[in-house]
Design a protein around this ligand. Structure first.
Ligand SMILES: Nc1nc2c(ncn2[C@@H]2O[C@H](COP(=O)(O)OP(=O)(O)OP(=O)(O)O)[C@@H](O)[C@H]2O)c(=O)[nH]1
Ligand SMILES: [Mg+2]
Length: 305
């Protein structure tokens, strides 16, 4: 075998950025977690779960994918937080090598079209991921949806997937790879996110609050880490759950403190798994009226930088 043949047979290494966008709740974060194989971004049934741009990195033998998870694009800008969230979606679109637009298998909705309108028709690197295919019974129903989608935008590829069931994810990765430039790794092999354990711990607590409180609580919950003490064997974490109103405080705490204890327990288990060590977690609740419009609070929470 000559040296030439060897070069031809060796696949070049590729690396690049992939923005994942879509309206709230379509499964963007679930998809990124499934692709990366680690929990980098929190997920819940409530829309507006993701508030900030979060990178999830997958490194394989021949490719490094840097996924950029974005907040669901909001059609109403009722607070400073929401407008910052939208801003972060728009800025994520600049300087990425490919874009994955996520919609649901049940079909296009007006909010999906609003997200689509952020993209330039000339863009050659937009992939449509039709998620939650496990929720539709007939797989043939996908064909008309694919045709309809191609009429709306010249997508480079359309890939039906199920983030939750792990369906078609390898196909999606192969498709994305085509759009990544040849180049070296931008992150070390063992790095899977750009966020600190502190940020991720705060997000995990927020996820449990979102999931356990369901519709009882509007979106006005934020989490701040007040103190973080860590040794080889143990992390002692003190956090505050910030709510908008006095009445919300009682909802979060629950009867005899039961809700808050459950939130803390579930969060502690996930943080222990993330850090690979025992965690002592203490969560307090504090009212801060209108924190979603307070630039100082938003900055200290790390939103929309
Ligand atoms: N059945 C089904 N449910 C899914 C799938 N992917 C995500 N979900 C669910 O959809 C809901 C929303 O998922 P997220 O990943 O939080 O959605 P998101 O697009 O990141 O939402 P925002 O961050 O609020 O914009 C969660 O309850 C997920 O479990 C899927 O493939 N099938
Ligand atoms: Mg999300």
């Amino acid at each position: 075998m000559t040296e030439n043949t060897v070069t031809e047979e060796t696949k070049e290494f590729r690396s690049g950025y992939v923005a994942v966008i879509g309206r709230p709740n379509v499964g963007k974060s679930t998809l990124i977690n499934a692709l990366v194989g680690e929990k980098v971004s929190i997920t819940s049934k409530k829309p507006q779960t993701t508030r900030d741009r979060i990178m999830g990195v997958l490194t394989t033998d021949d490719t490094q994918y840097i996924f950029v998870d974005t907040p669901g694009f909001q059609t109403k800008h009722s607070s400073e937080l929401l407008s910052r969230m939208n801003q972060s979606v728009k800025s994520s679109l600049a300087d990425v090598d490919a874009v994955v637009l996520v919609i649901e298998a049940t079909g296009w909705r007006p909010e999906d079209l609003t997200v689509l309108s952020l993209l330039s028709k000339e863009a050659k690197n937009v992939i449509l991921a039709i998620n939650k295919t496990d929720e539709v019974k007939e797989s043939e129903a996908m064909l008309p949806l694919i045709t309809e989608s191609m009429q709306k935008f010249p997508f480079a590829e359309v890939v039906p997937v199920s983030a939750e069931k792990g369906r078609q994810l390898k196909v999606l990765l192969q498709v994305i790879r085509k759009f990544l430039p040849e180049g070296d790794k931008l992150f070390e092999d063992d790095i899977y996110t750009d966020k600190s354990p502190r940020f991720l711990a705060a997000e995990i607590i927020r996820e449990k609050a979102f999931r356990l409180l369901g519709d009882e609580l509007p979106y006005g919950v934020a989490v701040m880490i007040d103190k973080w003490e860590e040794t080889d064997k143990l992390a002692r974490i003190f956090a505050t759950l910030i709510v908008n109103r006095e009445s919300h405080k009682g909802i979060v705490i629950g009867e005899k403190g039961a809700k808050l204890r459950e939130i803390s327990r579930l969060a502690r288990e996930d943080i222990e798994e993330m850090l690979g060590k025992k965690v002592y977690l203490e969560v307090w609740v504090r009212v801060r009226k209108g924190w979603g419009d307070d630039a100082g609070v938003l900055k200290s929470l790390g939103y929309g930088q």
